[in-house]
Design a protein around this ligand. Structure first.
Ligand code: SF4
Ligand code: SF4
Length: 388
C-alpha cells in the first residue's frame, strides 16, 4: 500500500469521525470536457446568473489554486421528511423546498471542511498541505467534481444521486496539493426513466442532465423583480426553491436521513404562515429566517412569493391585508404583486377594493412608475370589473 493511499484512508476515517456522510477523491485535472456544454448553455440563455461567471476558472483548478494535485469531495445527507406537522392556526402556510430546511448548508459544509482540513494538517504536519474549500458559490462545478470523485451519478435532473442518500445531499469540495488516489466515477443509472422530466411543471429539464435554469422554479423563486405570469401558479405555495424533480426520482424513494441536528427543519420556519410574512421588518425577518439558505436573497423575493402563494391557495381572507400592502409597502414590485393578488382573489364585484386599486394606480401613474408594474394594476381592475 503506497503512502498516499494510507493518507487517503486516514482522511476517510477522520471524515467519518466528523460526521461527513460521504467522501470521494479525484484528480485536479481540468473539466474541459464540459466546456462546450457550458458555453452552449450560456449562449442559449439557460444559465441563472448565480453561477461563477468565469468559465475558465470553473473548469481549471490550476487557475484558482497553485499546483493542485487532488480534489476531495464531500456530501452531507439532509432530511426529506418533517417529523412534525405545523399547528392549524387558520392562516394559510407556504413552504420552503427541502434543501433550505435547517441552517444554511453553506455554513455547515464549510465548518465540516474546516474541521477535516485541520485533522489532515495534524496528520501531514502544518505547512505540508494546502487546501481551498468551496461550496456551490465557489468556482468549481460541485456536481461534476462529486461525480468524478465517485460520490454518485448525475441524473437526468442534473443532480448528484448517491446510492445511500439519493439526491438529498449537500456537496462541498476541497482542492489540495496532496496527491491522493482518485476514485472511480459512477455511470448514469437513469436508464429509460423520465419521471423527473415528466414531473417538472415548467419543462425546465433538457433530458440530458442539463436544464434551462431560467425556467426552473427554484431560480424563479429567487429573482427580485416581478415573477412572470407563467410561473406564478406553478410555484403553488412553495416560496423558496423547488424539489419536485427530486421527489419524483425513484432513487430517492424512502430516503430520509436525520444525521445532523442543524439540518432538522423548524416546522414554523419551513412551513411559515404567509400573511404575517408580509409584515416582517428586516430585523424580524433576519431573526426568523436569517439562518436559512433560503434567506440569502433577502426578504423581498420571499414576500413576493408569499403573496403569489396566497393567490394560489385562494386565500380570499387575505384581501384586506393585501390592499394595505398595495398602498403602503415602499417597494413598487411588492405593491404591484399585491395588486395582482387583489385582482385574483376578488370573488365578487366590490367597490371598496376597486376604488383602492384605482387610487393606487393613479398614484403609481403620476409618479412615473414602470409600465410592467402599472400593468398589474390595470389587470387587477379589469379582473374586478369582469365580476360585475
Ligand atoms: Fe423543474 Fe422544479 Fe426540478 Fe427546477 S427544481 S427542474 S422547476 S422540477
Ligand atoms: Fe434519473 Fe428517473 Fe431520477 Fe430523473 S427521476 S434522475 S430520469 S432516475
Amino acid at each position: 500500500m503506497s503512502a498516499s493511499v494510507t493518507l487517503k484512508q486516514q482522511i476517510i476515517t477522520e471524515s467519518q469521525k466528523l460526521g461527513i456522510d460521504k467522501i470521494g477523491f479525484t484528480t485536479a485535472d481540468d473539466f474541459e470536457e464540459l466546456r462546450s456544454s457550458l458555453e452552449a448553455q450560456k449562449a442559449a440563455g439557460h444559465t441563472s446568473g448565480f453561477e461563477h461567471p468565469n468559465i475558465d476558472e470553473r473548469l481549471n483548478p490550476t487557475l484558482i489554486f497553485d499546483h493542485p494535485q487532488s480534489i476531495i469531495a464531500i456530501a452531507l445527507a439532509y432530511p426529506s421528511r418533517m417529523k412534525q406537522q405545523p399547528k392549524r392556526t387558520g392562516l394559510k402556510r407556504g413552504q420552503f423546498a427541502r434543501a433550505s430546511w435547517g441552517d444554511d448548508y453553506h455554513h455547515i459544509l464549510r465548518e465540516k471542511m474546516a474541521l477535516l482540513i485541520d485533522r489532515v494538517k495534524d496528520i501531514v504536519g502544518e505547512g505540508n498541505a494546502r487546501f481551498e474549500p468551496m461550496v456551490d458559490t465557489g468556482q468549481l462545478i460541485d456536481v461534476a467534481v462529486a461525480h468524478r470523485a465517485g460520490l454518485g451519478f448525475i441524473g437526468k435532473n442534473g443532480l448528484l444521486i448517491t446510492e445511500e442518500f439519493g439526491s438529498f445531499v449537500y456537496l462541498g469540495e476541497m482542492i489540495t496539493d496532496l496527491k491522493l488516489e482518485p476514485d472511480t466515477p459512477i455511470p448514469c443509472q437513469c436508464g429509460e426513466c423520465t419521471r423527473c422530466l415528466d414531473a417538472c411543471p415548467v419543462q425546465a429539464l433538457l433530458g440530458d442532465g442539463r436544464m434551462n435554469a431560467q425556467r426552473c422554479l427554484s431560480y424563479q423563486t429567487q429573482t427580485k423583480g416581478l415573477m412572470a405570469d407563467e410561473f406564478r401558479p406553478k410555484i403553488r405555495n412553495v416560496i423558496y426553491g423547488c424539489d419536485i424533480c427530486q421527489v419524483a426520482c425513484p432513487f430517492n424513494r424512502g430516503k430520509d436521513f436525520h444525521l445532523h441536528q442543524r439540518m432538522e427543519p423548524d416546522v414554523e420556519k419551513v412551513r411559515p404562515e404567509l400573511l404575517p410574512m408580509l409584515k416582517l421588518s428586516n430585523k424580524q425577518f433576519n431573526d426568523r429566517f436569517g439562518q436559512m439558505a433560503g434567506a440569502w436573497r433577502g426578504k423581498k423575493p420571499l414576500q413576493r412569493n408569499a403573496i403569489i402563494a396566497l393567490v394560489n391557495l385562494g386565500d380570499v381572507s387575505a384581501v384586506d391585508d393585501l390592499l394595505h400592502v398595495m398602498s403602503q409597502d415602499p417597494r413598487p414590485m411588492i405593491r404591484a404583486t399585491a395588486a395582482y393578488a387583489v385582482g385574483r382573489l376578488s370573488r365578487s364585484y366590490e367597490t371598496t377594493s376597486r376604488a383602492k386599486v384605482a387610487e393606487q394606480y393613479q398614484k403609481e401613474l403620476v409618479s412615473g412608475q414602470e409600465e410592467a408594474f402599472l400593468k398589474e394594476y390595470r389587470r387587477a381592475l379589469e379582473t374586478i370589473d369582469a365580476l360585475k
